[in-house]
Design a protein around this ligand. Structure first.
Ligand code: NAD
Length: 313
């Protein structure tokens, strides 16, 4: 396996923005782009390659499934995106169908690296990819709520006029409408969130927290209404996850993976803070959750389960 080789399957808005972010990161020396529309993959490979002299040497080319057998990470962004007004769960049947064609080809290539699922609904497609790929569970990762968590940190940073990197807070559960802002463990450099809000002159905590969680949850709808797709934020989330893997950082990221009895939740993939390193998924980190947050997490799992039960694998 070539630890410096990445494959991106699906070169639409999200795949090409991710390729662009990864080219700039210098994490990889080889990047293969695959798309049902080969010319599109070729065009993106040419365009992104022309930026490499401003970053670091990297071979970027359009390829096919044989080219991914020795890649260390395969990122799947192929699939339909949300149209204005559509939820992520509305995409499920179309995109599970696309995964039925893609994942067996990844498997047949002999790929044995880490599969990073980004297409939506990401939690359900992570479970789909796990079942169809035959890869070990710790090697199938959904980008989950890594993007939503960045949106939460951004919003809190703006609200509190503080660097968003000093904000520690997670969105957990579904990457979608039932996601949960885990405020009870949120803090700004160790100071509980509500104490920091007081310091900044914000006293109506409940209203502030609700408004921010709603903005985070609705941001994809708001962006899609204006520009028909979202891709830069998720591209940075993809880069962050790849960085944690390639550099074996053991970073704690809210990626999507199978729940195996945590909080009484089984057989569904959703996001919880999890250690991510060179061997993929490590342990889930049991951040403290309030009773309301646990109930909401169980409801989120139930929402996903109801959709999973309509699928045939
Ligand atoms: P897009 O329509 O621009 O791109 C999809 C690409 O997939 C197209 O280039 C298409 O040719 C390709 N494709 C379709 N079927 C294929 C197949 N069988 N094999 C290979 N390639 C195939 O869509 P987009 O805006 O790039 O979004 C892609 C996915 O990412 C959507 O499902 C979207 O909802 C999701 N997304 C996820 C997040 C996240 O945080 N996880 C954020 C934004 C978007």
């Amino acid at each position: 396996m070539n630890n410096r080789k990445v494959a991106i399957i699906g070169c639409g808005f999200v795949g090409s923005a991710s390729a662009f972010a990864l080219m700039q990161s210098g994490l990889f020396s080889e990047m293969v782009l695959i798309d049902a529309d080969f010319a599109k993959a070729e065009g993106e490979a040419m365009d992104i390659s022309h930026g490499a002299p401003f970053a670091r040497p990297v071979k970027i080319y359009a390829g096919n499934y044989q080219d991914i057998s020795d890649a260390s990470i395969a990122i799947v962004t192929a699939g339909a995106g949300q149209k204005p007004g559509e939820t992520r769960l509305d995409l499920v049947h179309k995109n599970v169908g696309i995964f039925r064609s893609i994942i067996p080809q990844i498997k047949d290539s002999g790929f044995h690296g880490i599969l990073l699922i980004v297409a939506n609904p990401v939690d359900i497609l992570t479970l789909t990819a796990l079942r169809l790929s035959g890869l070990p569970e710790h090697h199938v990762i959904g980008s989950g709520t890594v993007l939503d968590t960045a949106r939460l940190k951004y919003e809190l940073g703006e609200h509190l006029s503080v660097d968003s990197r000093s904000v520690h807070a997670f969105i957990i559960g579904e990457h979608g409408d039932s996601e949960i802002a885990a405020y009870s463990s949120a803090n700004v450099s160790g100071i509980p969130l509500s104490d920091f809000c007081e310091l900044r002159g914000h006293h109506d905590h409940l209203a502030g927290e609700r408004a921010i969680a709603d903005r985070v949850k609705n941001s994809a709808y708001e962006i899609i209404q204006r520009k028909h797709a979202t891709y830069y934020g998720v591209a940075m989330a993809v880069k962050r996850i790849c960085e944690a893997i390639v550099r074996d950082e053991k970073s704690i990221l809210p990626v999507s993976s199978m729940m195996r009895g945590e909080y009484g939740i089984h057989d569904v993939a959703l996001s919880m803070p999890t250690i991510v390193g060179a061997d993929g998924l490590g342990e889930k980190v049991p951040i403290s959750l309030s009773e309301d947050e646990i109930n909401a997490l169980q409801t989120s799992a139930k929402t996903l389960k109801e959709v999973i039960d309509t699928l045939e694998f």
